[in-house]
Structures are given as structure tokens and as C-alpha cells.
Design a protein around this ligand. Structure first.
Ligand code: NAD
Length: 286
């Protein structure tokens, strides 16, 4: 089955749908014939996207939701079910970046990454999974990890830690769904490589210590963005891989796949992490 056959007519809930990858997934879901629930803390962004999708004849609903707040995510699940319908696709996508040496990182910035990137995903699972299980119809859960979920990168430790955590959580969840015999629930991990978005602009930095190191890392990542993939093209790839039943959904299979192979090699050879001599992402090749 292709993505249209798999997803058309269903309801997709996407957190962090106001920008970047989430907005790309929402646009493509609408294009495939899904009803889209746009959840974000940026009310203006999701209202504008709702209008854009509605003008094109799609059914889209915007719901203000901070994934850090378990009650808000419960409310999102409740309103979706009551006003829109049963969920075929839940995308736990909202996420933020953080730059700087770990020892310079303000506690509030560390907490922001953990609360949004890790707890936000957990809140989504707790709020939505029970009714998706109970419905008994095929349903999909995508959690946004990253190429950073298999790589290790200095000056981005909180973010990288959060993406390793989301990947592990997603792998465990897939096993739990199998263990409990809920064969109609498909759990999948999304590992984007480099996709155009606002994530580096909205990233936290440091206020004390080596501020320059944090800012140079942000600039290096902004350079990568110049050659990054369009979010709509990324969404198309992810939806097709999901419909094929893959577990790891990779926006750029070769680039992300190389990082996965490198991680496997580090672990099997049990060698210590080493600084790279050349950047992993070569914009010239993309
Ligand atoms: N862009 C990339 O290249 C890339 C690569 C790997 C992984 N990812 C992952 O993809 C996901 C989306 O990132 P993006 O690059 O599109 O970022 P983005 O900054 O463009 O979009 C993130 C969206 O999440 C929203 N958001 C932030 N905090 C929120 C909260 N507490 N509750 C609800 N919504 C909130 C923002 O308002 C924004 O609309 C993240 O989980 C990120 O880690 C992105």
C-alpha cells in the first residue's frame, strides 16, 4: 500500500505543526486526504496554516497546546476525539535545540529541552495511545528522533541526549505494543537528517562561560540549513516509508543511514568517542 491508500480519510494529529518539519508533515497529510489537527504553542502559526489548508479544500483544525503540560496534551486528545474523530496518525514532533558546553548550560535551558523533547513525547503517548489501542483500527505513532539520535555531537549535548532518549523510548514502545498484542498499532521513529526549519533560530544558548563556542555552533548549524531538505519533500519520503512498514523513517536515507552505520561501528568496536576531522554533513553533496 502507498501513503495515500494507507492514510487518506484518517485523522492526523501533529505537535509542533506551526513550522518546519511539523508544518511539512501537516501539508502533506492534507494533500493525502487526511484531516489534520495542528497543535503548537504558536497560535498565529497554526491559525495561518489552518487557513492555508482550508483554502485548498482540506479539513484542518488548530489547537493551542504546550506539550510540556500533560493536562494540555490530555485536552488535545479529548478535543480531537470529541470534535474531529479517532486518530489514525499521532506525530510527536515538537522539539527544540540547545547550543553550548554542557557545564555552561543554564538549568532552565536543560529543563526546556527535557520537558519539550522527551516529556512532550511521553505526554503524547499517555494521552492518545489508550484510545488508539481501544479503537482496534490500524493507527500509527511517529516520534521525532533525529540523526542526532544515533550520533554524538559536542556543544549540543542536551539536544543529542534528548534525541537518543526519544529513539530508545520509541524502540521500547514498539516492543510493548508487540508484547501486549496490539498489532494494529504501528510505532515508528522519524530520524530527519537536515530539513529546513526554525529550530536553530529558536535554540537556547548560554549566557555565562563560553558564549562564543555556543554561538559558533549555532552558526555552523545555520550553514547546514542552507543546503537542507525542503520540509514538504521530507514529509513525502517519511509518509511513503511509513506506508511501507519501515520502523526507522529517514528523510535522507543515505546521510542518516551512514550515521547509523557509524554508531553501530563505534559500539561494536567499543572505541571512545572521537572528535570529527570533517563535518558529517557536506552541503556540497546535498
Ligand atoms: N530540522 C531538522 O533538520 C531536524 C533534524 C532532526 C530532527 N529534527 C526534529 O524535528 C522536530 C521538528 O523540528 P523543526 O526543525 O521542524 O523545528 P521548528 O523550530 O521549525 O518547529 C518546531 C515547532 O514546535 C513548536 N513548539 C516548540 N515548543 C513547543 C511546545 N512546548 N509545545 C508545542 N509546540 C512547541 C514551535 O512553535 C514550532 O512551531 C524536532 O523534534 C526536531 O528535533 C529536526
Amino acid at each position: 500500500m502507498d501513503a495515500r491508500e494507507t492514510f487518506a480519510g484518517g485523522v492526523a494529529v501533529i505537535t509542533g505543526a506551526g513550522a518546519g518539519i511539523g508544518a511539512g508533515l501537516a501539508r502533506h497529510a492534507a494533500r493525502l486526504g487526511m484531516t489534520v489537527v495542528l497543535a503548537d504553542i504558536d497560535a498565529g502559526a497554526i491559525a495561518a496554516l489552518r487557513d492555508e489548508l482550508s483554502e485548498r479544500g482540506a479539513h484542518a483544525v488548530d489547537i493551542l497546546c504546550d506539550v510540556r503540560d500533560p493536562a494540555a496534551v490530555e485536552e488535545l486528545a479529548h478535543r480531537t476525539r470529541a470534535d474531529v474523530g479517532p486518530v489514525r496518525l499521532l506525530v510527536n514532533n515538537a522539539g527544540v535545540e540547545q547550543f553550548g558546553y554542557l557545564w555552561d548550560t543554564p538549568v532552565a535551558n536543560w529543563q526546556r529541552v527535557v520537558d519539550i523533547n522527551v516529556s512532550g513525547v511521553f505526554h503524547g503517548i499517555r494521552a492518545f495511545l489508550p484510545s488508539m489501542i481501544e479503537d482496534g483500527t490500524p493507527a500509527w505513532v511517529w516520534n521525532l528522533s533525529s540523526i542526532g539520535g544515533v550520533a554524538v555531537v559536542p556543544l549540543q549535548a542536551p539536544y543529542i541526549m534528548s534525541k537518543h532518549a526519544v529513539l530508545a523510548l520509541t524502540e521500547c514502545l514498539a516492543l510493548e505494543v508487540q508484547l501486549a498484542g496490539h498489532d494494529h498499532i504501528h510505532v515508528q521513529a522519524v530520524l530527519p537528517g537536515a530539513v529546513t526549519s526554525n529550530i536553530f533560530e529558536s535554540a537556547g544558548g548560554v549566557t555565562d562561560g563560553d558564549v562564543d563556542a555556543a554561538e559558533s555552533q549555532r552558526l555552523a548549524m545555520l550553514d547546514i540549513k542552507a543546503a537542507a531538505m525542503d520540509p514538504l519533500a521530507a514529509a513525502e519520503v517519511v509518509f511513503e516509508q511509513a506506508a511501507q512498514g519501515r520502523f526507522y523513517l529517514l528523510t535522507q536515507p543515505e546521510y542518516v543511514g551512514n550515521a547509523m552505520a557509524e554508531r553501530a561501528e563505534v559500539l561494536t568496536s567499543q572505541r571512545a568517542p572521537m572528535l570529527r576531522t570533517k563535518p558529517r554533513f557536506d552541503p556540497a553533496q546535498h
